[in-house]
Design a protein around this ligand. Sequence first.
Ligand code: F6P
Length: 325
Amino acid sequence: MAKIKNLGVLTSGGDAPGMNAAIRAVTRAAIFNNIEVFGIRRGYEGMIDGDIEKLESKDVSGIIQKGGTMLKTARSARFRTPEGRKQAYENLEKFGIDALVVIGGDGSFTGASILSQEYNIPIIGIPGTIDNDLYGTDYTIGYDTCLNTVIEAVDKIRDTASSHNRIFFIEVMGRDAGFVALESGIATGAEVIMIPEVKNQMVELREFLSQRAKSNKSSIIICAEGDDEGNAYEIAKKVESEFPQFDIRVTILGHIQRGGSPSSYDRVSASRMGVAAVEALLDDQKSIMVGLSNGQIVHVPLNKTVKMHKGVPKSLLDVAHILAI
Ligand code: F6P
């Protein structure tokens, strides 16, 4: 394959803390290897609009500690159409961009995989989403910071919950996946954790509340936003009429979970994956995601990571179950 001269980098989908660290790593690793770098703003939207600018090493200085993404991000309906992708590719040609690094989640990688096949352009994905729901990697950039944000908030809610002997339903992000709920639930000692991966959890919740009714103690119930039983308000409503003795409150943590300065783990992992993405391109890789498995960098075909489903580890479910007695 011809040597890559100009690399485009973009962030796409929901932002995640650590995306800036990844942009910095990709930019500097590319420049280190004599490849010019172009930042594409607003994800695929910016690619279609030609919102593209050259990045120098100094342009990515002072961003490693910042949340959000300096390149901005977007979800692009236009990129889902062949016309949108054609326009996007024409802009890449205009800037001489002959390879791409896409930092994002499964929607972003679906687009990347299609573009790579349609136009035979090498694309490397870096997993960046607070949901941690990408197949082939143990970890996605932003997940660790998100967990720390959730833990801090839930600990505070625990103080007020126990002072008033209240039952709190706390909704955390995770449209399709329960990783944030499960791990934050374990870390905060939540009494019940409700996630989309586990079915019929109302039974477990009712059993728990019946027991709790005897002791009148406070409780924290963490609900993933994508839970089958509904959102936290709906779940709380279902139990309210059955357990009128409880003083129930609901907190939706919302987008606070997407912001903030990235944790050290997110910064270091984003830096490792950014460098690995450029090295993968130099190794002639065409359409893969770089990920982390057992602490090591791995390569996973992009089309596999979008097709396959990442389940929550049974071992974590067991830990949550054992510790909830
Ligand atoms: O994909 C990440 C995520 O944080 C989901 O957990 C959440 O449902 C979604 O993004 C919300 O994103 P937005 O408000 O940007 O549409």
